[in-house]
Design a protein around this ligand. Structure first.
Ligand code: ZN
Ligand code: FE
Length: 209
């Protein structure tokens, strides 16, 4: 018996064609530019990857301020989770990570969160705060690019954005107290496990835990 015609049974991509992606066509049909989104994502996760690395150094220099260390560790691991969450999306959009890590880091959309020359807790917290602000600007841009045309990327970006806003509030609280002796609460206590990433976790890193 002949197959009945179905509403979405065929489209602009020929059956079996693996050189085209319907997942990209549907973005174009809605006015988006999947290549531009993909390249913006590579810049954005370059910054997340860089932050994960540089926060390691910042965190270790907060020795003696164990509360600051713990919160920096949450932010550090969540930024790694952001890289992990979005990385497969780059491939889905027919892209790839730069083969050379130097190229990847050169195009990261945020400054490297380098250890300040005078690594006092105040100075370290200021670097952390500004890194979070760069992340908020980055994921807000991705939300703007995808809101109307790419629900999958938008969903990832908005979840990451929410965690970056948590991070900004954490470091505003800590810097306000450390530098100005001012109470400026984030309303936050701790994530469950270090780097819990409640909204952005892709795959758990320690399945045995
Ligand atoms: Zn992040
Ligand atoms: Fe962050």
């Amino acid at each position: 018996m002949a197959q009945q015609e179905r509403k979405h049974g065929s489209g602009t991509v020929s059956p079996g064609d693996t050189t085209e992606r319907v997942g990209m066509q549907v973005i174009r049909e809605r006015g988006g530019d999947p290549e531009e989104i993909r390249e913006t994502l590579i810049d954005a996760i370059g910054a997340e990857f860089s932050t994960y690395y540089y926060y390691t150094n910042l965190r270790t220099h907060l020795a003696g301020n164990e509360d600051y260390k713990e919160i920096t560790e949450d932010a550090r691991l969540e930024d790694r989770a952001h890289f992990e969450l979005v990385m497969p999306r780059v491939y889905e959009l027919d892209g790839k990570l730069p083969p050379d890590i130097h190229d990847f880091m050169a195009r990261a959309g945020c400054p490297h969160a380098e250890l300040p020359d005078d690594p006092t807790a105040e100075n370290v917290l200021e670097v952390l705060l500004e890194a979070e602000r760069c992340a908020i600007r980055t994921w807000s841009e991705v939300c703007d690019m995808t809101r109307e045309c790419d629900p999958r990327t938008y969903d990832m970006a908005q979840r990451i954005l929410q965690e970056e806003m948590d991070h900004e509030a954490w470091f505003i609280e800590l810097l306000s107290m450390e530098r100005d002796g001012e109470v400026n609460p984030a309303g936050h206590f701790v994530r469950g496990e270090p780097g819990d990433a409640p909204l952005s976790t892709n795959n758990r890193f320690n399945e045995s835990a």
